[in-house]
Design a binder for this molecule. Sequence first.
Ligand code: SF4
Ligand code: SF4
Length: 758
Amino acid sequence: MLKVHSRCDLSCDHCYVYQHADQTWRGRPVRMPLATVRAVAQRIAEHAREHELPVVHVVLHGGEPLLLGAAGLREVMAELRAAITQWTRLDLRMQTNGVLLDEELCRLFVEFDVRVGVSFDGDRAANDRHRVFAHGGSSHDHVRRALALLRRPEHRASYAGILCTIDVRNDPDLVYEALLAESPPRVDLLLPHATWDHPPERPGPEPTPYADWLGRIHRRWVDDGRPMSIRMFEALRPGGSGTEAFGLAPADVLVVEADGTWEQVDSLKTAYHGAAGTGFDVFDHSVDEVTRHPGVAVRQDGVAGLCATCRACRVVDRCGGGLYAHRWRTGSGFDNPSVYCADLLRLIDTVDAYPPPTPTVPADGSTTSPVDELLDDLATGHGSASTLALLAATQLSITRALLAASRDGSGSTPAWELLVHLDQSASEAVRAILAHPFVRPGLVRRLHSSAPPGLGAAVDPLPALAIAAALRAGVPAALHVPVQADTITFPALGSLVLPGLGESAEVTVRPGEFRVRGGSVEQTVLLDPMAPPSTGWFPTRDVPVPGGRLLLEDGDPYRDCYGQPVQSRLDGPAARALGRTLAEAWRVVHRDVPAHAAALDGGLRAVVPLAPDPARPLRSATARHAFGAVAVTPHSDPETMAVLLVHEWQHAKLGAVLDLYDLVEPGQGAQIRVPWRPDLRPPEGVLQGVYAHLAITQVWQSRAAADPGDASANAAQFLAWTRDGADALLASRSLTAAGERFVGRLRHALEETRAGSG
Ligand code: SF4
Ligand code: SF4
């Protein structure tokens, strides 16, 4: 770790370099002279050559390394690469606060193959609790701009991840979501540096607030399907590889200060003034000489180098006594457990306990992974409420990731700022709006300019999203919102159609109403459903169903994602008639197949009316990007509508699973013959068909049990189709191992269904 610049442009009050016990920075040069860089590079090259190392890792650090500027950094990186790469591979990295990062620097990092980690503590409130300028101003916008630059496709290879220092006063959910929104390849969560002399803050009565706080994030992370690498959790799992902070691996970090002195890991600066010192420097001493320093040598001894308490601890192989610096106590030195001992013990237990330890071991000795559990649950035909909640949560994560990606191209806009603000102050409102099924199709269309034109061209969807969230939260706000064909649609809430609005209108949200001003038009819309309807305002309509309220979505421009013509806004009687049919159909599903009804309750939120087609009066559809919605042609038969809802909801669930896992081998060109269509079908299409037919089989078998008649014939036909389709899939060798397990279990469920039906 090279301290190439020993000053910083931020003034974080949790900084161990400037704010803790060690103050040696005061006597050091501001920047590492080039002659010193050259000497360091030679020492590293010499060590790599003598020990035939396959790779060395060098981290440019500070203070703040970007204060060197592009020209200074180029010199440093060129020296290091020239001296070291003739002997070994150089993994060159940087840790920065991001404030000064710009496009020129990003290009430089790509050129020199430097991987950049950015220090960022989460949402605005969390980040600005500590990470501020000397005048107290926020660094949040600066850091987010830096992260957006690194996320760009041309810079992405240089994006190493985020380093986040924990403060248990921050909201762990908001911190987790803020980190996830930045799409980091890896997150390092750091316990704030503390010792037994200066223990960590423990606000509140709980004995292990750090374990509790981290446990909350761990649960979210597991529930979301581990969407990013979080090194702490990966390191603490049984068999985890450990880090500088955990485990028993030998310490392998040395620091070179700006004046060329060798030091031990710089977290020791938190222990006492001069704690990291070795008395060696790069001009006169080799790496081997430094590693013989007692402070470094003791950290090569594994469990033997720990205190008696740690040596006897049941989790010592995973905890390793915690970070070396955190063991310090005046009198006994480092011969102590970590000052976070109770938290570490509990955190390891938490990581072990969630998800629950691997369950049943079948007779054949095979074990079940979390992926297997999810697929096994869905292969019953329906899936439990917790599985549905998991699928909905992962779909929301995908929408959030798309939101962050769509914002990258447009920088930090007022709409983004409003969304971020609401995400912190009214997160439920933001969550409800983002979970609207047609938010993701809008974002996808925005991101893929090649998307086919149609209703709803690729305008920036963020302003309307932000205003919708403000309206839902009842929070005053104002933004300019794009207008399309005289229409502004606020997702999940409704559409405003006012001829003459122009291309953009100013929308101002006030309690109970909003005002729109654009072109030649100014209009106030009252949101109270009991108030007289406001001119041009068409609110969404919904019907009560057992799972909550089901939206009749006939206004959102992105509902055209089904590849079929959609119905324009229904008049009042038609909307009420469709609502009655849907509510009655939902009750029919509860009557026929309660397990499927529970899965509907857990996720179906909107129905889109398709345009009538006399040639095909009974049509229905699902769109992969619109989880939570299905499309149907309006009709009045609840028994038929129930079958359509169950059928399409199967496709929606399986689509959400396929967003997470490959069940079909990628790039498979196989075409499979199926009994329900004359043409050959690709494996994923067959899988979708089989899964939908399994549910329909279960519906008809239930009806046949009550009244055989036609229901028995239908049940027999769907049973045969499902069985033959599943067998064709298994025989095609086009499934992944997970896919084979899924279809195998589904086939088993089918046999049970048949046995149950007699
Ligand atoms: S950005 Fe890093 S080095 Fe600078 S003050 Fe903050 S914690 Fe310290
Ligand atoms: S949990 Fe405590 S006793 Fe066990 S290894 Fe870690 S610090 Fe030592």
